[in-house]
Design a protein around this ligand. Structure first.
Ligand SMILES: NC(=O)c1ccc[n+]([C@@H]2O[C@H](COP(=O)([O-])OP(=O)(O)OC[C@H]3O[C@@H](n4cnc5c(N)ncnc54)[C@H](OP(=O)(O)O)[C@@H]3O)[C@@H](O)[C@H]2O)c1
Length: 353
């Protein structure tokens, strides 16, 4: 199917969110017309920063209230759009009937519009690597697009914490099946890694989770995460570029998915230590990591870290279809910290000297 025309009209769901708002900003920077979908345009704390973007003043950016849970609410918004970036979360990843239902709401509106040729569906690397059995990472350490978490594992259930990654795979397939059936648009899935980078509005400090974790570090407390999995990161601005690159690419096909991943990995305590290394003027009082895991997980710390250390990351596929050079994690951390200080006024704990 055709990529979106340069300067065309793109709808973005989840526009008040961390990733969605960067997709909006970069689309505007690149000359597109943007319909930013939020749940409530009157929620000033979440939407005023969008109104402060230059494109809003000229009318190139418009804001629209739409809740995924309401069938048909995207019908009018998508009319005349060339592309849709479906970035938003859903309200409940554990209820897979609900996930299918909200996918169908978006799909129905795309089909009715008859002008959309491409939908980018935001998934996650969780849909690549979230294993019910960590030894799958040991058995299959190379993480690329053709790799899915072992779907035969009986522990792969929402009750065992797999709802998010399962919901993302369901959404990916719902969109590509619907696109194939329709024949006039295609659905390309983007699987972002852990997003780090600058927030654009104070409310985004509490979302995340990664920028919120950095906020916690600045406040003097942070936690070991994901059973000693290191952060596997992408800068949020590069993630936005990947979404837009996939909208524009002539080399992608319906049903494909692409990992948006810089290939940087860093343990959480090293992420925290990076703040003082990168910004010594801040005099950040680097806190100790709190390990919240039960003793049975703590006893396996060396083994779990060893498994993750052998996990090989690949982003070859997205680099072959999107012109992107990924920023370093250092740059993402520095800019995240500075935005938390300036945009959200986070009161950093400082060393007394
Ligand atoms: N952050 C990451 O590291 C990361 C990594 C991999 C994948 N992802 C995926 O990337 C996407 C965006 O993540 P994010 O970090 O930008 O999340 P975020 O900052 O929490 O923003 C998500 C947005 O989803 C919207 N939303 C939630 N439920 C909705 C509903 N029922 N109807 C309409 N909108 C709804 C919210 O809109 P309102 O604010 O308007 O209420 C919110 O702004 C998600 O699909 C997530 O799974 C994120």
């Amino acid at each position: 199917m055709a990529p979106v025309p340069k300067g065309g009209t793109i709808a973005v769901t989840g526009s008040a969110g961390f990733i969605g708002s960067w997709v909006v900003r970069r689309l505007l920077d690149k000359g597109y017309r943007v319909r930013a979908c939020v749940r409530d345009v009157d929620d000033a704390a979440k939407t005023d920063f969008l109104r402060n973007m230059g494109g809003y003043a000229s009318g190139r950016l418009t804001l629209h209230s739409a809740n995924l849970d309401d069938a048909g609410c995207f019908d009018e918004i998508f009319k005349g759009c060339h592309g849709v970036c479906h970035v938003s979360h859903v309200s409940d990843y554990n209820d897979h009937e609900y996930v299918r239902m909200v996918c169908n709401h978006i799909i129905g509106s795309v089909n009715k519009a008859e002008t959309v040729t491409r939908v980018i569906v935001t998934s996650s690397i969780a849909a690549v690597i979230s294993e019910a059995d960590i030894y799958e990472i040991k058995r299959r350490p190379v993480c690329y697009e053709d790799r899915y978490p072992d779907e035969q594992n009986p522990k792969r259930t929402p009750e065992r914490g797999q709802g998010y990654s399962m919901g993302k795979v369901i959404a990916q397939r719902a969109f590509s099946d619907a696109a194939e059936e329709n024949g006039n648009w295609d659905a390309i899935t983007c699987c972002p890694a852990d997003n780090v980078g600058p927030i654009q509005s104070a409310h985004q400090k509490d979302m995340g989770p990664w920028q919120h974790n950095i906020e916690m570090m600045l406040l003097g407390e942070f936690f070991q995460n994901d059973a000693y999995r290191p952060w596997m990161t992408v800068d949020v601005r590069d993630d936005a570029e990947c979404h837009i690159g996939l909208l524009e690419s002539v080399d992608v096909n319906n049903g494909e998915r692409y990992i948006a991943w810089s290939t940087d990995t860093r343990n959480v305590e090293d992420v925290c230590a990076s703040i003082d290394r990168l910004l010594p003027e801040l005099k950040h009082d680097t806190p100790e990591v709190t390990d919240p895991f039960p003793d049975r997980i703590k006893a396996r710390e060396d083994e779990l870290r060893g498994i993750w250390a052998c996990c090989e990351l690949r982003n070859d596929r997205i680099r072959s279809v999107v012109p992107i050079t990924f920023r370093s994690l250092d740059e993402s951390i520095r800019d995240c910290v500075e935005s938390l200080l300036t945009v959200a006024k986070v009161p950093v704990v400082r060393r007394s000297e």
